[in-house]
Design a protein around this ligand. Structure first.
Ligand code: HEM
Length: 179
């Protein structure tokens, strides 16, 4: 996992709970805690940080990942405004993830292992989002979608109807916008 992800997590934890909370989390997770944005670090560090945060805050790891993803989006918007500015709605922004956003990310962060999403139009304007990754981070994607909706002033309902963590071959989310 690229260091930028850990940098974002540090920023979110620090903004919510203070700098000490980040240092305590790093210590309790027994991870190095030193992450440069372009460096690559073990995925296990992220899982460990999420697990320990979940125990400390009494939330599930899924809730931690969703919250992190949602709160990371404004930080991404501040860093990569150009990726947002061509869009008026989070739907088209999300639809640009395979062809524009993540390819740009791969240019900036060599070796980034960004997931590929499978998009399909569903009934009543819904967008079906298929995801498969050995990292099993569909809840992070969920948080990013929520954060993107916040950014564009939209409201979206996200339902996971398939999940690799339940033994399904892929994860699939249905996104339904009311605004
Ligand atoms: C400006 C917007 C975005 C930026 C800059 C960005 C950047 C990144 C970066 C740097 C990684 C880490 C790759 C690695 O460490 O190897 C990543 C992974 C990921 N991204 Fe994005 N991303 C953006 C938008 C999105 C959106 C809209 C979604 C969901 C629809 C998404 C879903 C994910 C997921 C789930 C991962 C975790 C890796 C995995 O599942 O294998 N990203 N992204």
């Amino acid at each position: 996992m690229k260091g930028i992800v850990f940098n974002l997590l540090e920023e979110v934890v620090t903004a919510d709970l203070g700098a000490d909370a980040w240092f305590e989390l790093v210590e309790a997770s027994a991870v190095s805690g030193v992450y440069t944005s372009v460096g690559s670090y073990p995925d296990e560090d992220l899982y460990k940080l999420v697990e320990v945060a979940s125990q400390g805050l009494g939330l599930s790891p899924d809730e931690i990942l969703r919250d992190f993803g949602r709160k990371a989006m404004p930080l991404l918007a501040a860093r990569y405004g150009a990726l947002f500015s061509g869009h008026e709605h989070s739907r088209s922004f999300i639809l640009s993830v395979n062809d524009i956003i993540h390819p740009e990310v791969r240019k900036l962060y060599s070796g980034a292992a960004c997931p590929h999403f499978h998009f399909q139009q569903g009934a009543n304007g819904r967008l079906m989002v298929g995801y498969r990754s050995p990292r099993n981070l569909c809840q992070l994607a969920h948080g990013f979608v929520h954060g993107a909706a916040d950014h564009f002033g939209n409201e979206v309902e996200i339902t996971h109807d398939l999940c690799m963590k339940d033994g399904d071959p892929i994860c699939r989310m249905a996104l339904e916008w009311s605004r």
